[in-house]
Design a protein around this ligand. Sequence first.
Ligand code: TRP
Ligand code: SF4
Length: 349
Amino acid sequence: MPSPSHPRKRVLSGMRSTGKLHLGNFVGALDNWVRMQDQYECFFFVADWHALTTDYADTSKVKENSVEVLLDWLAAGLDPERSTMFIQSHVPQHAELHLLFSMVTPLGWLERVPTYKEQRENITEKDLGTYGFLGYPVLQAADILIYKGDFVPVGEDQVPHVELTREIARRFNQFYNLKGKAVFPEPQPLLTPAAKLPGTDGRKMSKSYGNTVMLTDPEPVVRQKLKTMVTDPARIRRTDPGNPDVCPVGDLHKIFSSQETMAKVNAGCRSAGIGCIECKGWAADALVNILNPMQQRRKKYEDNPRLAWDILEAGSAKARKVADATMEEVRDAMHMSLDYEPGNPQGKR
Ligand code: TRP
Ligand code: SF4
């Protein structure tokens, strides 16, 4: 149990402001965040600057996309009483720390980041040969370290970024300290147990594939999307037996359905006792069951957008306080305090 001498460990994570979220975002991150609220002191932020590293050309939807993300967070059960939710760009201290980190981060570290190489090769429709795109893991390091987070819940693809964050913390601490005391602790990644969530085409659910079920999809849309979902290719006719272990609909059942339903799917599919249409109907039932309460919670904030925005503003104010305290230490350690006093050997007022 947390107490004054053993305060809760701090968790921090961010999500790009991509607009409305889909079930893959929920299973891959959000669901995990919601559960962490009981155990940790949580800071969750909408990474709107990070969204600009790839989508810098048209910024007209930035705020709208941030609000959509927040609404889905609240819908999923992030609770402003327990978690600090904020917007990255409303805490400009991140940018100052990013700048200072950029001075001590060797270029080679950034060029080696796997997501950098991958995305430079795979994303061809926009020019990612920018300074900001290369430096984005340094900004992420600033996001994390400015709150001195203990744990950073992330998916597998983001683990190298947390590793780089640890290296930057170490390097900063080597150069600068507060009378021998390190400014930054090294955060640990907390790997989100990755249930692989297939989209309607069987590939990983992703906005860029157009195969998503959105958290905001109404029931008829969910049912329609499932109807077109790919199945075990061996089940061509109704009388052909199938295998839920190689069927994307089977994967959905494993994540969302009860043991009872799962047993019916297993037996019925393998014996050709059920048809895929029936099976997909059960999968849709399970999804609707999860999405319904979320959509009800979302409605309250949709009807009153000011309520949602107030949560982000209050969270951002709280985050600025924490970030500011860290920046004072950083400036002190670097002999760049804003309280500089000429002639005083301490350099401070
Ligand atoms: N880079 C992360 C992503 O693309 C988002 C992110 C930005 C983040 N800053 C962070 C995640 C800090 C964890 C901690 O998903
Ligand atoms: Fe997939 Fe269900 Fe059809 Fe089996 S019955 S192939 S699990 S959709």
